[in-house]
Ligand binder design. Structure first.
Ligand code: HAM
Length: 416
């Protein structure tokens, strides 16, 4: 037997229904914020992620699925959504008319070569959204509010937004310098990865999984102490807005995020201080880094699978429709045609309909009515059909009526 690859999963049955339900909630919420749906390709040129996410990030160094196609092109399965969306934004010149911000959302599979464990897979889904064209702190607040409300709507009441600011480029550079000066004398106490990070990406030392709990890291300089006046005022304003919007957040000065493109706002969504259910922030330089004009942007991505897992762990009831509206039974072969056109008519009128596709006996068809948990059953019988009549039965009350076939839709509209 050929089995699925490590870190991937099949989605079917109730699980698939749950995801459809979650998709609908998220898409409807995006509509409220006036975000429009987009899709980007699963694979892109490797350069996009190397330049976009950052050459020195763990993601690019260790986690991307890179391959050459038959035309010798260097390609990568997307490890995250933002770089691809930025490419789409630039390539399709969505910046042509920036009199209004461009707001888009996606719900797509991502690929990272990580060690699979609960909530961490090699193929996983992110629901994410990006807003281009506003540098106003109100758009940071809107972004956090959309993320926050999504979890709330899904029933995850106890979430917290962990929030930090990396400041503008000036503040970030100053902070980086300060970090390097701080860590240098401790270099031998750091893990091998962090020794490399010190040169290439010192901010990443702060959320190292190996060194994370050490005193050296706990006592490291904090981003917010190095924000210049403008960045610091901006961060204060953001907090004011979040307070007004009644969003539950907590400042986390150790939060730096794993991707290189952020400045100013960074945030993650956590539940009971476990792993991040989602993360995002502002990335004002990325459009330009990837060859577009200088356009500010802010966005977020939800770890979709982790979120569903958290809903299950918190016993959040996800409504799953496990019933149908009508089961059409036919007594003999000759009533099949009526079944066919009635099913067509009912489905076009919005009813969920089943009929026997296996040429089974009437007795076997009755069993299906219960298996499908059908609300109504309709018995098609030539004797009655000659008078345009059908028998319809409420499967719960067991009440049965004979009605004119032409009145069926009206009958169901009235009774359901
Ligand atoms: P990220 O923090 O790398 O951000 O990923 C966002 C979320 O995806 C994580 O918080 C986590 O819930 C989920 N996730 C990440 N890796 C895995 C995995 N291996 N298995 C399951 N879930 C995972 C980004 O990707 C940014 N593009 C977010 C963003 C959008 N920033 C601005 N706009």
């Amino acid at each position: 037997m050929i089995t699925k690859q490590k870190g991937t999963y099949d989605i079917y049955g109730d699980n698939a229904k749950k995801r459809q339900y979650v998709n609908e909630i998220l898409a409807t919420l995006c509509e409220k914020y006036n975000y429009t749906y987009i899709e980007t390709p699963v694979f892109e040129s490797s350069e996009l992620f190397h330049r976009g996410v950052g050459e020195a990030t763990d993601m690019v160094q260790k986690e991307t699925y890179d391959f050459k196609d038959r035309g010798d092109r260097n390609l990568t399965l997307r490890p995250e959504g933002t770089a691809g969306v930025v490419r789409l934004f630039i390539e399709n010149k969505l910046y042509g008319n920036m009199s209004e911000p461009v707001k888009v959302f996606y719900n797509e599979k991502m690929y990272r070569y990580e060690r699979p464990q609960t909530g961490r897979n090699r193929e996983f889904t992110q629901w994410g959204f990006e807003c281009f064209g506003s540098n106003d702190v109100l758009s940071d607040a809107e972004c956090i509010s959309l993320a926050y409300n999504a979890y709330k709507l899904l029933g995850l009441e106890n979430i917290t937004i962990k929030l930090n600011s990396l400041g503008d480029n000036e503040s970030r550079l100053k902070y980086k310098e300060e970090l390097v000066n701080y860590f240098k004398p401790h270099i031998n106490e750091l893990c091998e990865d962090c020794k490399n990070r010190l040169e290439k990406n010192p901010l990443r030392i702060l959320d190292c999984k190996v060194d994370g709990d050490s005193e050296i890291i706990k006592n490291a300089p904090k981003t917010i102490d190095y924000l210049n006046k403008e960045s610091s005022e901006r961060f204060a304003k953001l907090q004011e807005l979040l307070d007004l919007m009644d969003i539950n957040y907590e400042i986390d000065t150790m939060l730096v995020r794993g991707l290189d493109y952020y400045n100013h706002t960074v945030f993650e969504v956590v539940l009971d201080n476990s792993y991040a259910l989602g993360g995002g922030g502002r990335y004002n330089g990325l459009v330009e880094t990837l060859g577009g004009p200088s356009i500010p942007a802010v966005g977020f991505a939800m770890g979709y699978d982790r979120t569903i897992l958290a809903m299950e762990e918190n016993n959040i009831n996800i409504p799953i429709n496990d019933s149908i509206d009508v089961y059409l039974l036919y007594v003999s072969e000759s009533e099949k045609e009526t079944a066919a056109y009635l099913a067509q008519d009912l489905r076009l009128n919005g009813y969920i309909v089943e009929n026997d596709l296996l040429n089974r006996s009437l007795k076997a068809q009755f069993k299906s009515v219960d298996r499908y948990n059908s609300k109504y059953l309709i018995i098609l019988n030539d004797e009655k059909l000659t008078n345009n009549e059908i028998t319809i039965k409420d499967n719960k009350t067991k009440e049965e009526e004979t009605i004119d076939i032409n009145n069926l839709i009206d009958y169901l509209n009235m009774h359901m």
